[in-house]
Write a protein that binds this ligand. Structure first.
Ligand code: TYD
Length: 206
């Protein structure tokens, strides 16, 4: 017999936007969410790192392992929030998720990839349905960062950003819903490429 009560909502979709600094994730996450909303999809945006407590701890942390754990702690609570939104039927567009730790802590900082994965597997088992990795030449990303201004030297470290981009490309080879999106060009052009990926995957064409 069917249970009475409220009908269960269809689970939403989880889309992560990834990429080195200056690739335009934050802007594109907002554009994608508003595009989805126009198509009648209940979309929400989230971002990492987000918890003020952890951001504060990160700013005073000089240990790579410590910072890796702090990013993972932030992710654990963020993932629980995403999980709740997905259960409510929302499509969540998230600015950074687990791949950021693999790209920055392993690729950028040289930590062991397997260990970074282990820490993150403990933090959450949640995986995005699609991960769109924004990629553009690091010199272009650096130019955008300088234009934006006020960024830390950490963000503008070009060799680090190159290693980060390299690890993202390696992750894309693993598949699991990851796609590289060309992030050079105007916001509009990049937005169009992202929308194409999403429309193709979920057949959203109107
Ligand atoms: P972010 O807030 O995306 O940068 P911005 O909004 O300024 O573009 O991320 C801040 C920095 O934290 C960025 O350099 C990437 C880094 N980061 C990691 O090293 N590991 C992680 O797991 C995450 C989520 C971010």
């Amino acid at each position: 017999m069917r249970k009475r009560g409220r009908a269960r909502k269809t689970r939403g979709r989880f889309i992560a936007l990834e990429g080195a600094d200056g690739t335009g994730k934050s802007t594109q996450a907002k554009l994608l969410a508003s595009f989805l909303a126009k198509r009648g999809v209940p979309a929400r945006t989230t971002r990492e790192p987000d918890s003020p407590l952890i951001l504060n701890a990160l700013s005073g942390c000089e240990s790579k392992k410590g910072a890796c754990l702090l990013f993972a702690a932030d992710r654990a609570s963020h993932a629980e929030k995403v999980e709740r939104l997905l259960e409510e039927g929302a499509w969540v567009v998230c600015d950074r998720f687990t791949d950021s730790s693999l790209a920055y802590q392993a690729g950028g900082w040289g930590m062991d990839l397997g260990q970074v994965e282990e820490v993150n597997a403990f933090a959450t088992r949640l995986r995005p349905d699609a991960t769109l990795i924004l990629s553009c030449p690091p010199s272009l990303a650096a130019k955008r960062m300088r234009r934006r201004g006020g960024e830390s030297g950490f963000d503008c470290d070009l060799p680090l950003q190159k290693r980060v981009s390299c690890l993202y490309r390696f992750l894309a080879l693993r598949g699991a819903g990851r796609r590289i999106v060309d992030a050079s060009g105007t916001q509009r052009q990049v937005g169009e490429r992202i929308r194409e990926e999403v429309e193709k995957k979920w057949n959203l064409k109107s």
